[in-house]
Every structure is written in structure tokens, then in C-alpha cells.
Design a protein around this ligand. Structure first.
Ligand SMILES: [Zn+2]
Ligand SMILES: [Zn+2]
Ligand SMILES: [Zn+2]
Length: 145
């Protein structure tokens, strides 16, 4: 059993919810992909495997995974979002192409330190920091203007 599954079961139990076979399937599917998935992409792929799965279930389960700190949600700035693994993954930041939606990941000690310093200055306890740079990827810069 992947560690994420026991994390989810623990989280559900704490919130008086149960592990269902659909939640289980969605988690398994989610864990297989080492990339940023939109809920619709996931729904589309899951539907091929399990025709009875509902779109709302996929969305709700992704929200649960986010609350349980297994997934994290990346906002693309246009109301769209994607989900990626969070549990046991290094904290990172994103460059987001606003034309093709490409996501480039980077890690930065400087941003991590900034988060700590600013929070400390304001006696604030941070639990998450998001830092996204929007613009055009190398390929899309060709289409500027
Ligand atoms: Zn992963
Ligand atoms: Zn692009
Ligand atoms: Zn990422």
C-alpha cells in the first residue's frame, strides 16, 4: 500500500469519512502520473477505465487529496487549475506559460528563506507558499505580437 493511501485513510477517518472504492481508484490513478493534471484530463482518462465514475467525484476527491496534503493545486491564473503530487515531494515553484499552459518547475532556497524571514517578522506561521511566474515559454515567444 503506498504511504499516500494510509495518509488518506487517516485523513478520512479524522473527518468521519470512509475510503470508498472510487476514492481508492482516483488516488491510484493520480499517483501514477508524475505531472500536472487538470481535473478534466483525469476525469477523461478515468472514465475510460471506469465508465461509471462521475466528474463531480473526481473533483471532490482531488479536493480531499489537497486537504490531506497528498496533492497540491496549481492555479494557472485563468481560473483553471491542475493538481500534482505533494506528499514526499520537494517544495517547488512554477513558471507558467499563459499561451500553451506549459509548467516549468524550479526550486529556490532564496524564496524559501524569504518566506521564513517575512513570516517571522510578522509572527506569522506559514503553512504554504505559492510563487508563480506567468509569461511565455521559449516556444511561444515566437508567436508574440
Ligand atoms: Zn510523485
Ligand atoms: Zn508556451
Ligand atoms: Zn509542479
Amino acid at each position: 500500500m503506498p504511504k499516500e493511501k494510509s495518509v488518506l485513510i487517516g485523513f478520512l477517518k479524522k473527518n468521519k469519512m470512509k475510503m470508498t472504492s472510487q476514492r481508492d481508484k482516483i488516488l491510484d490513478f493520480f499517483l501514477k502520473w508524475e505531472k500536472h493534471l487538470s481535473p478534466d484530463e483525469m476525469y477523461y482518462e478515468l472514465k475510460k477505465l471506469y465508465p461509471r465514475i462521475g466528474r463531480a467525484t473526481v473533483y471532490r476527491t482531488l479536493k480531499l487529496l489537497t486537504k490531506a496534503n497528498i496533492a497540491s493545486q496549481v492555479e494557472l491564473g485563468d481560473g483553471a487549475s491542475r493538481f500534482e503530487h505533494k506528499y514526499n515531494h520537494p517544495h517547488h515553484y512554477h513558471l507558467i506559460c499563459s499561451r500553451c499552459g506549459k509548467l516549468i518547475e524550479f526550486v529556490s532556497d532564496k524564496i524559501d528563506a524569504l518566506k521564513k524571514n517575512i513570516s517571522k517578522k510578522h509572527s506569522f506561521l506559514p503553512n504554504n507558499v505559492r510563487f508563480e511566474i506567468f509569461g511565455l515559454c521559449k516556444k511561444c515567444q515566437k508567436y508574440r505580437n
